[in-house]
Design a binder for this molecule. Structure first.
Ligand code: HEC
Ligand code: HEC
Length: 290
């Protein structure tokens, strides 16, 4: 083959010398545009290797003369955001709740910041936007167990409820009327009917009447004579048809038999002071704040 150039008889174009079943490959030159793009990509990559981080080495990688690094860029952005946030957070730490709420800009900042704190820490129990779920109270309505002023909410969040690692935790213990034998099972059934009657749902009037007497003796001290609840002890309003543990007769009976004594963790010490304030303000702003 050497030296001898074969040409295709019909087109007169040189062939590569490859042949399959009598078909020979023409050695056409590559299109100019293609060759140009090819060289351009090579030039581009060489330029890139020089300017940007490119090749791995044993001890790291070639950094490129621009010194560009997304990690440094991110760190710079974070530092900038942090620097913008710091004065706001310091003001929030220094002011009391009422002053923060009175300042429109601070209030906006606190509500947004509080929303983030809430999503990270509170939503697993209280639901997004404080929507609540069975066993965890709704925070977006105006039905409060322990109180809905800014100060009340702040205290609840900071010290928790029945969270005995915190000495200032909100505390109260509804007795286990059934499990501890304070009431006979039949009496528990009667008082369930009475509780149902408070929201107009009793099915047995006579039992509800008997239950009413037991209620005044055993329950009114915490839930109030009218069953409207008492915030000093976090006793729910039993007449508003809003239920922490469910309003079905079996659910009410289960609570009277052996109460759950729901626990809410204390957040003071876990979250910085400004986050406690912001999340309290956020909850207050959800719609039910007093
Ligand atoms: C592990 C679950 C849990 C988490 C997390 C949690 N809570 Fe609670 N929270 C509860 C329970 C349970 C109660 C009701 C306790 C009771 O009084 O029986 C409650 C009650 C409350 C109350 C009182 C509501 C009222 O009606 O008075 C507020 C306010 C509150 N939580 C805010 C928050 C905030 C803000 C966060 C996040 C920083 C948070 N909670 C995180 C479980 C939780
Ligand atoms: C020492 C105060 C106290 C006494 C006495 C008491 N309760 Fe309670 N009750 C509470 C508290 C606090 C809660 C909510 C806390 C928990 O158990 O997690 C509650 C919750 C309830 C609930 C659940 C309400 C809901 O929204 O799901 C019912 C029902 C109830 N009590 C009925 C009674 C009845 C009936 C009696 C009397 C036989 C009684 N309680 C006596 C403090 C008390």
């Amino acid at each position: 083959m050497a030296g001898k150039v074969e040409r295709d008889e019909i087109t007169g174009v040189e062939t590569t010398g490859h042949e399959w079943d009598g078909i020979r490959e023409l050695n056409n030159p590559l299109p100019k545009w293609w060759v140009f793009v090819f060289y351009a990509t090579i030039a581009f990559s060489v330029l890139w290797w020089i300017l940007y981080p490119a090749w791995p080495s044993l001890s790291g990688y070639t950094r490129g003369i621009l010194g560009y690094d997304q990690r440094t860029e991110l760190a710079e952005i974070m530092a900038r955001v942090e620097a913008e946030r710091r004065p706001w957070l310091e003001r929030i730490r220094g002011e009391d709740l009422a002053a923060i709420v009175a300042d429109t800009d601070l209030l906006t900042f606190a509500t947004r910041g509080g929303e983030v704190v809430f999503k990270d820490n509170c939503a697993p129990c209280h639901g997004l936007g404080g929507a609540g779920q069975l066993n965890y109270p709704t925070l977006a309505d105006d039905d409060w167990l322990w109180g809905g002023t800014l100060e009340d909410i702040y205290t609840t969040v900071a010290h928790g409820i029945r969270f005995h690692e915190d000495e200032e935790t909100r505390d109260s213990t509804m007795p286990a009327f059934g499990a501890d034998g304070i009431l006979e099972p039949a009496q528990v059934d009667d008082v369930v009917q009475y509780v149902l009657s408070l929201s107009g749902r009793a099915t047995d009037e006579a039992a509800a009447r008997r239950g009413g007497e037991i209620f005044q003796e055993q329950c009114a001290a915490c839930h109030g004579e009218d069953g409207r609840g008492m915030r000093e002890v976090g006793a729910p309003d039993l007449a508003d048809d809003i239920w922490l543990y469910g309003g079905e007769p079996e659910q009410i009976r289960a609570q009277i038999w052996k109460p759950r004594h729901g626990v809410m963790p204390a957040w003071a010490g876990r979250l910085p002071e400004e986050s406690l304030k912001m999340v309290a303000i956020y909850v207050h702003q959800l719609g039910g704040g007093e």
